[in-house]
Design a protein around this ligand. Sequence first.
Ligand code: PGA
Length: 258
Amino acid sequence: MTKRARIVAGNWKMNMTYPQGRDLTLQIVNSLQPSETVVVLCPPFIHLQNTYTAITGISNLHLGGQNCHEAEKGAFTGEVSVDMLASCGCKFVILGHSERREYFGESDTLLAQKIDRVLEANLTPIFCCGEPLAIREENTQDAYVAEQIKNSLFHLSADQLKKIVIAYEPIWAIGTGKTASPEQAQEMHHYLRSLIAKQYSDELAQSIPILYGGSVKPANALELFSQPDVDGGLVGGASLKAEDFMSIINSSNKALDA
Ligand code: PGA
């Protein structure tokens, strides 16, 4: 079976002043051990340069942006381009987070453009998908998430798609303390893989890391990460406390060893 990358990404969202972010990064840098888990810090833009300096030379620690604009550059006040992210040392970019979709009106079509831009710049998109509570209650989450994936990713060639990381983040589990059960996560991840297998190939589907996000915490990480199709996590709230984040990374290492 293809060995997929194991990834734990911390999405700080709009949290952490400059000194707070610097402290958090240093705590992580000081406690991180070499392991097969790829750790990605996704702080707000103002932290990128400093975080990059702090993590340089640590082979399993990388930097990611939380968003980027779809254009290469230009008159887009307040926006950040993917080339800017790359020039600050970013290897990853979160795209399509449900908060971007909901509060900033990001559509599947816009996200398809952003995906193209990020791939052109040779960065790895962490593409988020996931259903709201009403859809889960109707039990139509598979069709809902399938649309997101088809509309934003299925224009890619197989060679392009294999450079993507997917994060399944049920909206009802984000920041709510309510986590999808390991079975619910596994079921959706398996379904996403089957969609990719049908459109592309089983080999490609088996090679794409699919992360779970939504109230991942030290108490539930190991069980979630032990599911066969869950390849790590996109962590919000718990990535703001070094101790919790480290514990989640350790759970990923344990799941790998098991
Ligand atoms: P949470 O956020 O861990 O705070 O639920 C996850 C995310 O939004 O990426």
